[in-house]
Design a protein around this ligand. Structure first.
Ligand SMILES: [Zn+2]
Ligand SMILES: [Zn+2]
Length: 145
């Protein structure tokens, strides 16, 4: 059975065959994009993810990544880097069963807010800390204001 989810108003719905790399990201871009203190995301390879409704619009928060959202109810629906084999992430809170995606790692911890005490026992990684990520993110141009 696929994992399902969607936006608050139900106009956009998706399903994933697997739930991979469940994480929170504390980076400033994810804070801004969700309006929350961090983004909580879980993903699947592109072939194992599909919209079961029409696809929602994307906001390109930088030249490297898009963030689908519902323009009617405002739900942030996910995140994907701009290359064909990039994992498609959905917001854990938009899953019908978020309990199926326990968080396993924290990213963007350089911007983790000092009063956020959350999943303290999990591994933490700063943005660009992994060498491959550092190379990829070197070309990032934010489109957030
Ligand atoms: Zn909606
Ligand atoms: Zn982030």
């Amino acid at each position: 059975m696929p994992h399902t989810g969607g936006c608050q108003c139900g106009q956009y719905r998706y399903e994933l065959d697997v739930l991979e790399k469940s994480h929170v990201c504390h980076c400033r871009m994810c804070q801004k994009a969700t309006g929350g203190l961090f983004a909580a995301l879980v993903g699947a390879p592109p072939a194992q993810f599909r919209w079961t409704t029409k696809p929602p619009p994307d906001y390109w928060s930088s030249n490297l990544a898009r963030r689908p959202f519902c323009p009617d109810c405002g739900t942030p629906l996910g995140f994907a880097y701009d290359h064909a084999d990039a994992r498609i992430y959905v917001t854990i809170g938009s899953l019908d069963h978020p309990e199926d995606a326990p968080v396993t790692i924290q990213f963007g911890t350089e911007s983790k807010l000092p009063y956020v005490q959350f999943c303290e026992g999990l591994p933490q990684e700063q943005t660009g800390e992994a060498p491959a990520a550092s190379e990829f993110l070197a070309g990032l141009v934010s489109r957030q204001s």
